[in-house]
Design a protein around this ligand. Structure first.
Ligand code: GTR
Length: 407
């Protein structure tokens, strides 16, 4: 061979291997779309498809959490067994992250007189721990809404209807909650507040395109609650459900996908970027959510704005990642923004993966009538009358479902 053709040949080979290297695993990934996830064997799911789908959500949707670990310290601020009229113990714990002066405040109510460690619902709240109940002892976070909105104390108990604490405690469960703003305030400030900056590498000022947005940060916070529960012998770490409403429902699903210590995941009206299939473009779409909430997902997710067809896997993949652990998806009739049918279809299309584990997925294949929960399978679903909200009806169904596994 002539010298020049040898040179050309090696150039060509070099270019080929370069392009092979730079091709991301996402481009090479199979396109599952929004279809039912049917595979030949559990082995194939675990070896091939699960890792690919996991990587997709990790790097294209919510963003990777940092590998770096910061020292975490739990400080018991207050404890009383006189809560909720004497039926519950209230605990308030400051979760100190690294050098941060801004702790995450964990509030727990758990039944008194339990003979052994109790199961728990872990849930994030929207406006501060003090809004979940009128209990005057609840410590108000320094990050909670201030000024006029709070006044002397008017917001205390403002979200009581979303937190039927007595019903939950009477059913034998603990409730453990943290305020979203203690982990990462819910607005776009270029990731300068909240926990993100604590993890920046030298010279880094915002997360890379595949690194965590706010939902992944909230999920990180919920995992720290689980770390606490592992230390508290009065709560059974093996019987913990993570539950969330709306944006926090998206978070509850992603938290359970990331952290296998959560035994059940419950998505209440989570909609776009949660349980709902994006491909349907009903109600909120990927473009709309990225525009209104540019901080929730990782930067890579912008690729899918008005481009849902390019999503290698839709949100049924997120539910499948939680399998074989039970998942509950719930919708509200008037919540068209969250696309109830899209939420139902995700639950349905994730179900074949549950069957690979020898479990039963969703027990129905058509949307059920209002207030007719399907809880026979390990994937459950209900749609209730009313608007976008989490109500005591929703909670009563979650308790019934959790009882199936925890009691
Ligand atoms: C809406 C948002 C939804 C949902 C909801 C909520 O504004 O479009 O995705 O998360 O907020 O969290 O209540």
């Amino acid at each position: 061979m002539k010298k020049t053709s040898l040179l050309l040949m090696s150039l060509l080979l070099g270019a080929l291997s370069l392009s092979a290297q730079s091709k991301s695993p996402i481009e090479d990934m199979q396109h599952y779309g929004a279809e039912p996830l049917r595979f030949k064997s559990l082995k194939e799911w675990r070896k091939v498809h699960r890792p690919a789908i996991y990587n997709f959500f990790l790097t294209e949707v919510y963003g990777r959490q940092p590998e770096q670990k910061l020292p975490i310290r739990y400080e018991m601020l207050e404890q009383s067994d006189k809560a909720l009229g004497g039926k519950a113990t209230r605990k308030q714990i400051a979760i100190h992250v690294g050098e941060s002066q801004n702790p995450i405040l964990l509030l727990i109510y758990q039944p008194n007189n339990a003979r052994k460690a109790v199961p728990a619902f872990v849930a994030m709240n929207f406006k501060g721990n003090h809004q979940i109940n009128v209990d005057p002892e609840i410590i108000i976070s320094q990050n909670a809404p201030k000024g006029k909105e709070l006044g002397s104390d008017p917001a205390r108990g403002a979200a009581t209807s979303r937190w039927p604490l007595e019903m939950i405690v009477d059913a034998g469960y603990a409730v453990a909650t943290i305020y979203r703003g203690d982990v990462d305030p819910d607005f776009d400030d270029g990731f300068q507040n909240g926990i993100h900056p604590l993890f920046y590498r030298d010279g880094q000022s915002k997360p890379a395109a595949d690194e965590w947005g706010t939902i992944s940060a909230w999920a990180w916070g919920l995992s720290r609650v689980m770390d606490y529960i592992e230390k508290d012998k009065s709560i059974d770490q093996k019987r913990v459900a993570v539950v969330g409403h709306s944006r926090l429902g998206k978070t509850a699903l992603w938290t359970a996908a990331l952290d296998e210590r959560f035994a059940i995941s419950i998505s209440n009206d989570s909609g776009c970027g949660g349980a709902a299939l994006s491909i349907r473009k009903m109600g909120e779409t990927v473009a709309k959510i990225n525009k209104s909430f540019p901080h929730w997902f990782c930067d890579n997710y912008n690729k899918y704005s008005d481009n849902e067809e390019a999503l290698k896997v839709d949100q049924q993949g997120l539910i499948a990642l939680i399998a074989p652990r039970p998942v509950y998806v719930a919708s509200a009739e008037l919540d068209a923004w969250a696309d109830p049918e899209g939420e139902f279809l995700s639950a349905l299309n994730a179900s074949p993966v549950y069957e690979l584990y020898g479990r039963k997925g969703l027990a129905i294949d058509k949307m059920p009538a209002l207030s007719t929960p399907s809880q026979e399978g390990d994937v459950a679903y209900h749609i209730r009358p009313g608007k976008h909200d989490i109500t005591s009806y929703d909670w009563s169904q979650y308790i019934r479902f959790a009882n199936k596994y925890f009691k």
